[in-house]
Design a protein around this ligand. Structure first.
Ligand code: G3P
Length: 224
């Protein structure tokens, strides 16, 4: 499973990248606006912070011709960039064109398996299925993820199912169970993944026992 960070904050990308397990970053217009440093500069700084990573940057036009112009401009900035395209009619058309040109795409704001089928047929590299926003209105966002993974595998499409709008660890547990190919995480959820109270307790005990026994790894003075 690939792990992406869902952010426009370069500092968060740098911190997460230190672990050596980050595969990419997803941005959206809201996250870029929040970062407050301009679109191109932010995206290029993120590319530099995660060499080789897949960095999603979204078009903001909603008609095909302008979306295509924006997509070609954004794609020219850096080879790591994946063009993020909203799941609208002209968006599907744009993804077909970009696929033909060998440009990677991430279809965003996908909420149903039928939308996902269109994205897959258009040749989307990633299909971003939003879960948190469905849960927010009383639905089960993970249902469409599970159905989409099944659909992709049953028909053999090359698209990867990306779980987006992730809010907490339970979403990650469900994404793994569904066999999603990618999850994009807000920084706090990414950082929480490493944590478990029994890990902290267990480590505390190991270190206390070690200290009490006066043991040392390097020869010389005993620590503590
Ligand atoms: O980047 C798209 C998605 O992950 C946004 O999540 O929390 O705004 O629903 P959220």
């Amino acid at each position: 499973m690939k792990l992406f960070l869902d952010t426009g904050e370069v500092g968060q990308v740098q911190k997460a990248a230190e672990l050596g397990i980050l595969d990419g970053v997803t941005t959206n217009p809201t996250l870029i606006a929040k970062a407050g440093k301009g679109f191109r500069d932010t995206v290029l700084e993120i590319c530099a912070a995660l060499p080789g990573g897949a960095i999603s940057a979204e078009v903001v036009a909603t008609d095909y011709d302008e979306m295509l112009r924006e997509a070609m401009e954004i794609a020219s900035w850096h080879e790591q960039i994946v063009i993020k395209v909203p799941m609208i009619r002209d968006g599907v058309r744009l993804v077909s064109t970009l696929s033909d040109r060998g440009i990677r795409t991430n279809v965003t704001l996908v909420f149903s398996v039928t939308q996902a089928l269109l994205a897959a047929k258009a040749g989307a590299t990633y299909i971003s299925n939003f879960v948190g926003r469905v849960d927010d209105i009383g639905g089960d966002g993970m249902e469409a993820v599970a159905a989409t993974v099944e659909m992709i595998e049953a028909y053999g499409y090359a698209s990867e199912v990306l779980v987006a709008s992730v809010r907490h660890q339970q979403h990650m547990v469900q994404a793994i169970a569904a066999g999603a190919h990618v999850a994009t995480l807000p920084f706090n959820v990414f950082e929480q993944m490493v944590k478990h109270p029994l890990t902290d307790l267990g480590l505390e005990r190991f270190l206390a026992d070690w200290r009490d026994a006066g043991l040392t790894i390097r020869s010389g003075t005993v620590a503590g």
